[in-house]
Design a protein around this ligand. Sequence first.
Ligand code: DON
Length: 577
Amino acid sequence: MKYSLFFLLALAGIICCQTGCRNQAVNTSFNPFDYSIQKTISCTNGAVVSAHPLASKAGVMMLEQGGNAVDAAIATQLALAVVYPGAGNLGGGGFMVARLKDGKTIALDYREKAPSAASRDMYLDSAGNPVMRLSQHGHLSAGVPGTVAGLFASMKYASLPFPELIQPAIDLAEKGFTITAAEASALNHTQEAFRQYNTSKIIFIKHEGWKPGDTLVQTDLSETLKRMRDKGQKGFYEGETARLIVSEMKKANGIISPDDLKNYEAKERKPVEFTYKGHTIISMPLPSSGGIILQQCLKIIENREIGKMGFLSAPAVQLMTEAERRAYADRAEFMGDEDFVKVPVHTLTSDAYLTKRMSDYVAGKAGNSQFVKPGNINPESEETTHLSVADKWGNVVAVTTTLNGGYGSKTVVSGAGFLLNNEMDDFSAKPGVPNMYGALGTEANAIEPNKRMLSSMTPTIVLKDNDPYLVVGTPGGTTIPTSVFQTIVNIIDFGLSASDAVNKPKFHHQWMPDEIFIEKDFPAGVTDSLKEMGYTISSRGSIGRTELIKIEKDKTGEGYILEAVADKRGDDSAEGY
Ligand code: DON
């Protein structure tokens, strides 16, 4: 689609979907200056749920043009890089899990990697103490970006030409869009950091502050996107964009080199696949810990009749907490990039091992993580983003992508207009010292040149009777696998609606610190019961922003009914037709 047509589609208003949608008016307009958020829709032709309405719309536009779920996922990610700069990205990394209509399953790894000049102790001071400022902010915190390589690697499964998929993003960057209240607030909260970690004036800095409804135009970013459109992957990892990244690095002790960029490769991995109560779960393998943690947690509870205990009952929360505690202890000890370290994945996920892991579990009595050092969870805003897509042919795609912290390193590549990640903090800067999510790690996740840092991102697909059933994922740092775990159990075991499964209160335990984190609306009575069992409970801000599509066969058995739910916790929006 040429952008003139894209802007022809910019018709404000609500158009009632003619063929696909039940009961709801679906907003298929595409006016970047006048749009609204939809939390749930039900459709038959295709659906996209993402962190921003304009990005979801960009994806649906591709579906309407005959593209498949992979086309929509690519267009949505590119649009997120423009309209959701806190987490959508070109300068970060991510994972795609997909299941195609022919049954093929895919796990695509485009996680950032450590630059070749990185070294194990690069964030330690002369006394051997980690300097978190260096791993969490500014030029040195950035890993080699993987997202653009991931987008081009997923083109193998797309059906529309890349120039069409990238055009909405180019238009949104070049002509601008109005920002939401949440974006204005997030930008305002980051002004000081933007000033501190940039060497030139950047578009996100606004002296008088951002207001909801302000227009954000990103000219440099639109030129970067055009170089990708015209030159493909080389338009980012070589030539002008690569030159701009390397010259940015040189301004403040960054170490990403031209060869790091040129040699970056996305990798297809074997997905984590296992069964849970007759369903097939497909999720992300290492270098994400997400799929393994999800498998451990689900397998631990599978034969314990959790459904009968009841949703958010104290016994159910306790059982899930104890599963989470054990999975996160294993994460800290064993998990890292399998291309560099040997990880006993088979043992960690075997029935015998998991049965043994629970041999000291006592219903009604809190377990103990043998607290050595309390984890130190940084209150800084967390930003990653997930999108779920389903098309009318039965292709389903789950993508989680991130800059790590909100607006990543806070450093924009001058002249190229995009933020760099601060993903190096996901390595274990020093064994036994928690990172910004309080996650502990050991040698398995120590820094090595070209190694990928351990992630928690858990893009996941669930099949029922060998047909797509759920597409799910979320941001949230270490809380990601537990949110996905809870969303799946909420549906399969507790029989919650898709909307309740996403929006009801969540909780989280990650072994260290030995506390159950709960959202503010977590029921007080359950909190009291858990305290009586011996648990320490900490109330925190929202947990995750889960994007879910639930898929059911229609009456003919030929087509699908897609119920898409965008998390209430943000600007997230479900679109479809
Ligand atoms: O890969 C990871 O696990 C983290 N970098 C994800 C960070 C994250 O989810 C922040 N967001 N809410």
